[in-house]
Ligand binder design. Structure first.
Ligand code: ADP
Length: 334
């Protein structure tokens, strides 16, 4: 096969890029966001202006970067990609903004991690397509306004609530991405398997989708691991049993929980007898930032019915104890 022999990291990256849908119509699921976004884009095409600024929120791997690329493609515009952590000084942002061409799409991933001064510069740029450059220091400092070409900002964040109100308000449209249903993930997998020239039965797709944590990025990654397994075991057609055996080899959780998800549940059950416990305490125990636990692990655990939020803190449900193979203590404080 032509891919054999290329460096693995390069191959993985190339595959991830190749598997990205290029048009809105190829983007699976997220029907609400897709319909709304399609209207925004069509309207701006009719008006022949840069599209309104778009904010996309949702956990990692659900398609925010892919949508930004699709927006640029549908607008036939160039795309610039950067991230909040990369923009620490307002000057970094000024340099990017002033180099944008007419109609260009600027994608800022993790936009909630931008520094305060950069954020304030962005407000004005989004609204008036202008930045104020400060020249000189102290009493002699003056601000020189610099006109920008009209551009479309696409911001991505794990939760819209992490953005300060004034920044959030300047987006014309906010789309919230949800976890994908198993059926939607099977559609993603079917398309990817076709591109990878893999033979997978319906049962095989069901098995992989059920372990993909509602996330297309994970689904595609598991599919590639199943492909490795099938290649080595000389299995031409991957059925449910083969997919299951392959994923067991990689110790993929039957519910698709990842290391952080499991760490949170384990800490909750083994250190706090199932809770209730505050989010920040849990975060410290698993060695993660509170924000990561709240926006990355918790939404999936809640959706799967493994963790519940109560006014007094987070608690592990019976299903969580069962999934971890632990016995719940007799008198739990609920
Ligand atoms: P995010 O930016 O939200 O972390 P990405 O846009 O990078 O997520 O998506 C991760 C991977 O999942 C991409 O390689 C893409 O191929 C795949 N993907 C995401 N959403 C979809 C979708 N709706 N349909 C098909 N593939 C998708």
């Amino acid at each position: 096969r032509d891919l054999v022999g290329t460096a693995p990291a390069v191959e993985e990256k190339a595959l991830e890029a190749a598997l990205r849908p290029k048009a809105l119509d190829d983007f699976v699921g997220q029907a609400t966001v897709r319909t709304q976004l399609s209207l925004v884009l069509q309207s701006s095409r009719i008006r022949q202006t840069a599209a309104d600024h778009v904010l996309l929120s949702g956990p990692p791997g659900l398609g925010k970067t892919t949508l930004a690329m699709i927006i640029a493609a549908e607008m036939q515009a160039a795309l610039r990609i950067t991230s909040g952590p990369a923009i620490q000084h307002a000057g970094d942002l000024a340099a990017i903004l002033s180099s944008l061409t007419d109609g260009e799409v600027l994608f800022i991933d993790e936009i909630h991690r931008m520094s305060r001064p950069a954020e304030e510069m962005l407000y004005i740029a989004m609204e008036d397509f202008r930045v104020d450059i400060i020249v000189g220091k102290g009493a002699g400092a003056t601000s020189i306004p610099l006109e920008l070409a009209p551009f479309t900002l696409v911001g991505a964040t794990t939760r819209a609530g992490l953005l300060p109100g004034p920044l959030r308000d300047r987006f014309g449209f906010t789309g919230h991405l949800e976890y994908y249903s198993p059926e939607e993930l099977q559609k993603v997998l079917r398309r990817s398997a076709g591109m990878l020239e893999m033979q997978v039965t319906a049962g095989g797709f069901v098995e992989i989708s059920s372990r993909s944590r509602g996330t297309p990025r994970i689904a595609n990654r598991l599919l590639r691991r199943v492909r490795d397994w099938a290649l080595v075991h000389e299995v031409n057609e991957v059925d449910r049993a083969a997919a299951s055996a392959a994923l067991d080899t990689y110790e993929v959780d039957s519910l698709g929980l990842d290391r952080l998800d499991r760490a949170v549940l384990e800490a909750l059950c083994t250190k706090f007898r199932g809770g209730p416990v505050g989010l920040s305490t849990l975060a410290i125990l698993v060695g993660e930032e509170t924000e990561t636990v709240e926006t990355v692990a918790e939404p999936y655990l809640v959706r799967e019915g493994l963790l519940a939020r109560t006014p007094r803190g987070r608690i592990a449900t019976d299903a969580a104890w069962e999934h971890l193979g632990l016995t719940a203590p007799p008198q739990r404080d609920e």
